[in-house]
Design a protein around this ligand. Structure first.
Ligand SMILES: Nc1ncnc2c1ncn2[C@@H]1O[C@H](COP(=O)(O)OP(=O)(O)O)[C@@H](O)[C@H]1O
Ligand SMILES: [Mg+2]
Length: 486
């Protein structure tokens, strides 16, 4: 098997093709041979029988025998070499004939009978029953002899005379030997042609694969815009190329996002670092009163905290996305979970003067989750809703069990500014912020939603969003019910 796998596909197909052709050819050769052999045999037998019948007829009914000794006349006729040819109508099979009686006396025979034609006991016993016998003998140094022994009957009784017509099978054997020779000569030729043809055919059929692999070799992280050639014929190779091209497009997009992410991280961290440095330089420029240092250090602390929170969020995001975050699953009552969540975001809602309305129709307590991470994900969504709502509006937070797939759904609806349609595809990307007036002052760095998405995914779930500009937004996070719960 391993050996087989080492053989190149092209050769495998070519040899497979050749083997198949050879089997076909051998099968056809055998059939043709059998057909010709049967045909020749039948023809020889038919010739012999018809000759014997003709002689029998001449022996008894021929006009030429009316007045003369029938045997003598027949003898004369058999002596004429053209006679049997004429009788048998066959120029190729040259029959020999004799009329012999049961005691072995030859009445008449053709000239070309060198030895006496054999009379076997079997032929004799069949003759007594009025039956003809066809036999084949191999005479010394000679080709096999096919012979028919036909009894001469009179009024339904065996007269004791036998008509024997024989013919050498040399011609038949020569023909068959010639046929075998032709088949043996043609076979290697057929094999060679089919190997060459199969090889050329598979080479040309596999050309698109070669083209694809040539292009594939050129593709690297820096050349992700390259695409594989798509063959014109709609077949598996075309599907393969199209599939690969889609994969490349996704990879290109991922690499693009990754690069932007790196650039964004550097950018986000550069601003607080610049503030810290500027503050420190300013403080060190000349001696200052203690309060001044205190104020500078407060600024430094604030920026450092900001940086810490960015770095911590990023770290958690990276871990959640690579599934390497340590999760402790807990069974918790929905009421307790929601109460704690609402308590933690209450100050922010108050600050934005937005009311939070909780509608809970999930009555199957408790449920299993990683409470800290799930709460963080929902907090990010809820705080966004508060930040993007007008003062004195409300945010509706619904918790329910999805009927179709049995997931737990948390939906957050606000009646705020909404998200431009062109941005909808990007809001879950790290560092993405819609360019709205509110965003410019919100101070968020754009990690909130990507973190929420990763944390919900950790719970085997997804987040979806629906939004209409100046009407409002609904974020829905669905998580899977874990086994052994509810
Ligand atoms: N409820 C919402 N209404 C309008 N825009 C929103 C809402 N939630 C998120 N967005 C948009 O999605 C962007 C990404 O959100 P997020 O990842 O939480 O970043 P951040 O809150 O730090 O800006 C936001 O900048 C904002 O433009
Ligand atoms: Mg946010």
């Amino acid at each position: 098997m391993i050996f087989y796998e080492r053989i190149p596909v092209r050769l495998r197909l070519a040899v497979g093709h050749a083997i198949w052709m050879a089997l076909l050819f051998i099968g056809m050769g055998i059939s043709v041979f059998k057909l010709v052999e049967t045909n020749l045999n039948d023809s020889v037998n038919a010739t012999l029988i018809s000759s014997a019948r003709a002689i029998r007829k001449a022996r008894f009914t021929g006009d030429s025998f009316q007045h003369a000794d029938k045997n003598t006349v027949l003898q004369e006729m058999l002596k004429n070499p053209a006679y049997l040819e004429q009788l048998s109508g066959n120029r190729v099979v040259r029959p020999i004939a004799q009329i012999i009686n049961i005691s072995g006396r030859v009445h008449s025979k053709t000239d070309n009978v060198s030895a006496t034609l054999p009379v076997t006991p079997k032929a004799l016993s069949r003759a007594e029953n009025g039956l003809s016998t066809i036999e084949t003998f191999t005479l010394k140094d000679n080709a096999p002899l096919r012979q028919v022994t036909m009894p001469v009957m009179q009024v339904g009784h065996f007269t004791g005379d036998l008509i024997q017509v024989g013919a050498s099978l040399r011609h038949t054997e020569d023909t068959l030997a010639g046929l075998i020779l032709i088949l043996w000569v043609v076979l290697p030729f057929v094999l060679l042609v089919s190997i060459l043809f199969g090889y050329a055919l598979t080479t040309s059929a596999l050309k698109p694969v070669k083209d694809i692999s040539k292009t594939a070799e050129k593709i690297s992280v820096d050349q992700l815009h390259l695409r594989l050639p798509v063959p014109l014929a709609s077949d598996e190779l075309r599907d393969l190329s199209i599939g690969f091209n889609k994969l490349l497009a996704r990879l290109e997009d991922s690499v693009h996002r990754l690069r932007r992410f790196t650039a964004d991280v550097s950018h986000e961290l550069r601003t607080p670092l610049a503030v810290i440095r500027g503050e420190a330089e300013l403080a060190l420029r000349k001696p200052r009163p203690a309060e001044s240092y205190c104020i500078s250090l407060q600024t430094v602390e604030k920026e450092a905290c900001h940086m810490t929170s960015i770095v911590e969020d990023l770290l958690l995001l990276a871990r959640a996305e690579s599934n390497s975050v340590a999760v402790t699953w807990e069974s918790i009552g929905m009421d307790i979970f929601l109460a704690e969540l609402v308590r933690s975001i209450h100050p922010i809602f108050q600050q934005h003067q937005v009311t939070l309305e909780v509608v809970e129709t999930f009555h199957e307590a408790p449920f299993t989750c990683a409470p800290g991470y799930l709460a963080l994900a929902l907090k990010n969504i809820l705080i966004n809703a508060a930040k993007h709502s007008e003062p004195d509006s409300k945010v509706v937070f619904r918790v329910y069990k999805e009927l179709g797939d049995g997931m737990i759904a948390f939906s957050v609806q606000d009646y705020g500014e909404g998200i431009p349609e062109k941005d909808l595809g990007y809001i879950f990307d790290s560092f993405f912020r819609s360019d709205t007036a509110r965003n410019r002052f919100s101070g968020g760095v754009g990690i909130g939603l990507s973190l929420a998405k990763a944390l919900v995914k950790l719970h085997g779930g997804v987040i979806s969003v629906q939004s209409k500009l100046n009407v409002g937004t609904v974020f829905t996070a669905k998580i899977k019910m874990r086994e052994g719960m509810v």
